[in-house]
Design a protein around this ligand. Structure first.
Ligand code: GAL
Length: 427
């Protein structure tokens, strides 16, 4: 397939505050036992800047319009993929200090909170709001445990994407989208030969896990990749070894400051022209929009080579924690999250697509329309780095093995650590 480096072609192939609760706390009138009631709705996330913050702001504006009596309190903790936020949240939940609502990924990560008894059942809210008719069943299943639904989905993101700088590619004479990891590595060699020091930009450990999961999808295919999470695929197989060797080679084309930077810095490598490629989810499209950068002129995208036709899925959702302050306010927030207006205000900025099937594609940009189309027809696989595939404990073990690999580069050791993590956590 051709990269449209000058004239964009249709569809995708255009490679073609942590805030403190400062607001007022109102004493309840008529509340029993001296209980205090607050008008604050404290929402915990990790969206603090760029397109992520813009998306959150879109939701907040909708919420405020619909709920002028409540005060939104932003309890976001900076750090991509919740790398810092999840620890802060865990200690808050542990010490009985939950926010009114917190962000969690659909799938394995959410199941952790459910199993720990930290979330309230939202099944009746789903019934009242008619959400079972507008959210895809597959997504609702990832929010459900023993027949009860525990969170409200805000979006669907896709993880297996390469974001590239068209000028850098053009200068190296690259005009085709590579169709395999080997073909992509050949292009990285061309880029190096043309003096591009960092063909592929990457950032801290979680972004390396993100890269690795996409290489596993490419080399194993969607079915065997999905089997890694349900015990059907053997982590010690030669296919996994091939993927890990590919991953090692890819890492050799990356920036040496990787462990000290977060995902927006890796994206900046690409937009600055210091790197050709970055692998990241489509919150990158939201970040480009926030910066006024345009598809085809400033950036191009394509699925990670070898993963065309596969949608590496993740979804952000919001919860009602047990003991949530201002439960009525929290439910009002959740209603905004699930509403047509809230999803539009959020997703048009965030780069993700709405979960609601009644959304209008025309409200979204070219990249997002392509993502909607892909979500409708691709093979869907769960993201590891973003909570869909596995529990937090499993992801933590994988992340430390991948972090260690970054310095030691020992493929056999990494494969053993990944197999051990699966033995420990699967099922
Ligand atoms: C993901 C999250 C996205 C985006 C990204 C980078 O885990 O689902 O919404 O925020 O992290 O921070």
């Amino acid at each position: 397939m051709r990269l449209s480096l000058s004239a964009p072609s249709p569809r995708r192939m255009s490679l073609i505050a942590g805030a403190v609760v400062t607001g007022l706390v109102v004493a309840a009138c008529g509340g029993g036992g001296g209980a205090k009631e607050t008008k604050n709705v404290e929402v915990f996330s990790w969206w603090t800047e760029g397109g992520e913050k813009a998306g959150l702001d879109g939701l907040v504006t909708t919420f405020k319009k619909e709920n002028p009596d409540y005060k939104f309190v932003n309890a976001a903790v900076a750090g991509g993929a919740g790398a810092n936020a999840k620890n802060v949240l865990a200690s808050r939940l542990q010490s009985g200090d939950p926010p009114s609502s917190f962000q969690a990924h659909a799938g394995g990560e959410l199941a952790d909170y459910i199993k720990a008894g930290q979330l309230q059942d939202l099944t009746s809210l789903f019934e009242e709001e008619g959400w079972n008719d507008v959210f895809p069943k597959g997504v609702v299943d990832l929010l459900t445990h023993e027949g009860k639904i525990y969170s409200v989905p805000a979006n669907v993101h896709r993880g297996n994407l390469v974001w590239a700088n068209p000028d850098v590619l053009k200068k190296a004479g690259i005009s085709e989208v590579p169709d395999s990891i080997d073909a992509w590595i050949a292009d990285m060699k061309k880029l190096k030969a043309k003096g591009v020091k960092t063909p592929l930009a990457v950032a801290t450990d979680w972004t390396q896990v993100h890269l690795l999961e996409t290489v596993l999808i490419a080399d194993l295919g969607p079915e065997a990749y999905s089997g890694l999470w349900n015990g059907e695929t053997d982590w010690t197989s030669s296919e996994v070894t091939t993927a890990l060797n590919h991953y090692k080679t890819l890492l050799s084309f990356t920036n040496t400051d990787r462990s000290g930077i977060d995902w927006p810095d890796a994206v900046k490598y690409v937009t600055d022209g210091r790197a050709a490629y970055n692998v990241m989810g489509d919150w990158t499209a939201g970040s480009f929009k926030d910066q006024g950068l345009e598809q085809d002129r400033d950036w191009v995208w394509f699925p990670v080579p070898g993963t065309d036709g596969v949608f590496d899925f993740l979804a952000d959702s919001f919860t009602l924690p047990v003991g949530a302050p201002n439960e009525a306010g929290a439910k009002a927030w959740l209603k905004t999250v699930g509403s047509a207006e809230g999803q539009q205000a959020f997703n048009t900025k965030k780069g993700s697509i709405p979960v609601r099937t009644d959304a209008e594609a025309a409200d979204y940009d070219a990249y997002q329309q392509a993502a909607m189309e892909a979500f409708g027809k691709d093979a869907i696989v769960p993201s590891l780095a973003h909570g869909a595939a596995a529990s937090v404990g499993w992801l933590t073990d994988v992340t430390s093995a991948v972090g260690e690999f970054g310095s030691g580069q020992d493929v056999a050791k990494l494969q053993q650590a990944l197999a051990d993590a699966a033995d420990k956590h699967a099922g």
